[in-house]
Design a binder for this molecule. Structure first.
Ligand SMILES: Cc1ncc(COP(=O)(O)O)c(C=O)c1O
Length: 428
């Protein structure tokens, strides 16, 4: 098989493939695994009851089930879903969004593939557009998405040490410059992998410099408000005609419905709609059909605020407590302040091996984490920090998360002890 550049780009081993493969195998295998990798949301009983109830109503409403399964939606998305979402965003966030500002995709992952490749890369006049990530680390799923080479460029963060075991990244506002070849800026807020939430000040600044440069600011809102609401600090949601907000039904608990949402100026929506038609004709209707009445009634907001947010907030605090207990004072670690999302980002500043090696060793002990290096791309200089961090998903069963954290602590101690042994031998 002779591959095109497109073929080579998408089939070369990527971090996201390794991650999804680990996830699939962990869920499928017989042996007990402690699955702290991947991005699966939790199975929250009240949310599952809500989905079951919605499905039952669809089945019980004459013709509804058949309409959901047997019709193609228009390539922009299901009109009832789009109208209900526009009304909710007006009502809830005061965003002046109309149906012409919304398009549906087959998941946010697809949204980003379309956006990055529509905006970044070689243009018909021969010029080249780049996507600027104001702050690494960023979501692993972006890293391999640009088909043209050298599309991504990025900046390191400024690190604020909050206490002995807690830190927070900030955008290095002094360092960010929107050069003439920048085609868009992109941030996730809350951020995957760190659980960071960019401050209002940081976001307003990025919005201002993007507008000044007349390029869009893309905000990945997969964990944000109004749904799924996995955000634990007050933060103002932002949208205007220069901002492209990406949302998803996945973290509500519906990743298998593959439903992504783009909210943007109508020019962007028309472009995404055209791509949808070429790539997929239409998108999956199931998630949209299940969720539409919940958008209309506002039930989605109640569920996000009263079920999803407290659930994840409790679990994140609990997992941080287990880390404190298991790592105690003999492990040199810091956890990024968890302000949202379903991840903890742990930094081992003095680990004698890279976190890629730690990941391999943990995998042999049936504990899956994600090594930090996959979340750093587009930087022009290597940075040792990327091999000092791991991402943990704390959303799985409490006992698994606790055991997994215990095993990580144990493996880190083994690594440290081996190093002490090596040092002793070399001085003998
Ligand atoms: C920040 C972020 N963006 C986008 C996605 C993709 O989500 P989906 O394609 O399931 O909508 C994820 C998934 O984990 C994510 O964490």
């Amino acid at each position: 098989m002779r591959l095109s550049r497109f073929g080579e780009k998408l089939t070369t081993e990527s971090g996201i493939l390794a991650l999804m493969d680990d996830l699939g195998k962990a869920l499928a295998g017989d042996r007990k695994k402690y699955m702290l990798g991947g991005g699966n949301p939790a199975h929250i009983p009240q949310m599952n009851a809500l989905w079951r109830d919605r499905m039952q109503r669809i089945l019980d409403t004459p013709g509804a089930f058949e309409r959901m399964l047997s019709n193609y939606d228009p390539p922009q998305g299901n009109p009832a879903f789009i109208e209900a979402l526009a009304r909710l965003l007006n009502r809830r966030l005061g965003w002046p969004v109309e149906p012409g500002n919304i398009a549906v995709t087959n998941g946010s992952q697809t949204s980003f593939f379309l956006l990055f490749n529509m905006l970044g890369g070689t243009r018909s006049d021969g010029s080249h557009g780049r996507i600027l990530f104001p702050m690494m680390p960023e979501y692993i799923g972006y890293a391999d998405q640009a088909i043209d080479p050298a599309v991504f460029t990025a900046h390191r963060p400024v690190i604020e040490e909050l206490d002995r075991h807690t830190f927070k990244y900030h955008v290095d506002l002094q360092a960010i410059a929107v050069d003439a070849d920048i085609a868009a800026l992109c941030v996730s807020r809350p951020t995957n992998p760190t659980g960071n939430v960019l401050t209002d000040e940081e976001l307003t600044y990025l919005d201002a410099i993007a507008r000044q440069a007349e390029v869009p600011l893309i905000i990945d809102n997969a964990y944000g408000v109004p749904f799924p609401g996995m955000i634990f600090e007050p933060a103002t949601p932002l949208w205007n005609e220069n901002i492209i907000v990406a949302m998803s039904l996945s973290k509500l608990g519906l990743p298998a419905t593959r439903t992504g949402i783009i909210i943007a100026a109508s020019e962007v929506i028309n472009a995404v709609t055209a791509c949808n038609a070429v790539l997929s004709l239409a998108n999956g209707s199931i998630g949209q059909t299940v969720v539409t009445p919940l958008l209309e009634s506002g039930e989605i907001l109640r569920a996000s605020e009263q079920i999803i947010r407290p659930y994840y907030q409790r679990k994140s605090q609990q997992a941080i407590g287990w880390i404190r207990e298991a790592f105690s004072s003999d492990i040199d670690y810091r956890v990024h302040r968890c302000e949202g999302s379903l991840f903890l980002w742990v930094w081992f500043r003095n680990l004698p091996v890279s976190t890629l090696e730690l990941y391999r060793r943990l995998k042999r002990r049936n504990t899956i984490v994600v090594p930090g290096r996959y979340f750093f791309f587009g930087l022009d200089q290597p940075w040792e920090h990327q091999d000092q961090c791991i991402r943990l998903n704390y959303a799985m069963d409490d006992s698994d998360v606790r055991m997994g954290i215990g095993l990580i602590a144990d493996e880190v101690r083994r690594v440290q002890a081996e190093r002490v042994g090596e040092d002793r031998n070399s001085t003998l």
